[in-house]
Design a protein around this ligand. Sequence first.
Ligand code: CP
Length: 315
Amino acid sequence: MKHFITLADLPDFNHTLDLAMDLKKNPTQSEGLGKGKTLGLLFFNPSLRTRLSTQKAAQNLGLPTMVMNFSQESWALEFEDGTKMSGLRSEHVREAAAVVSQYCDMVAIRAFASLSDKEKDEAEIVLRSFAKYASVPIINMESATAHPLQALADAITLKEFQPAHKPKVVLSWAPHPKALPHAVGNSFTHMMRKMDADFVIAHPEGYALNPEITEGIPCTTNQKEALEGADFVYTKNWCSYQHYGQILRTDDKWMITPEKMKLTNNGKFMHCLPIRRNIVAADGVLDSPNSLVIQQSQNRIYSAQAVLKQLLENG
Ligand code: CP
């Protein structure tokens, strides 16, 4: 694995999942592995879980970290090649990536979608530019179109709570007052292709995810029908993909409520967090013993640790 930008970069998804679950049993089993190395964490957007869980994962491996809130603390970066840099952008990613590579042995980056330019977002300009101009591995801590560390943590959680039968897993769109990216929904869908489960995506009209990502997966606009008999309900907002970046509805008809959870097979509730209470899901859902949101955030440590460990072992 040269870089970890999507789940497809993992040499073996099931091996990584097993490794993460083994690391959870004994988190410091490889605490000498990071000695003498440094992990850089560059944030172009805010974070709670990703920042702290990745630092914790690195700490468990004896790997020191350097963190920078790039958008607030560093020079504004230019990503276009051949441009005359007469505007506000003071440094080109060519130099920035090369410089950071001298201080860090791996660089993890968070850079969300703009939601204003689909083509640029899908080109993953920030991550792909760092991957091109850095001389060290690049790790995705949520990019414009993917959040693979979250999806790997979600896979751990699904495994930990899997029923005796093949589970039904529903990814249900939920309302939100802000336009949010597709990264979590995309990576969750990518990950579910690797799990032994019946997987359904439920979303209102106009909110279909990228059809290239959902190809062959059952999708419905009937949320209640989708929830019937579900063992896991993973809820997440995303803005319209077709009408890129737009919010098409603001009503609360798709909020997950205790009444809707009664349609499920005593289903577990999942969300990547942060979550807006009584918008995305009602208090009664989040405060129920069937909510796995805190366990999901704990598993962020071991998903990151499994990826870092493999990159360190690659040398
Ligand atoms: N789930 C997740 O990525 O959380 P943060 O945005 O707080 O890192």
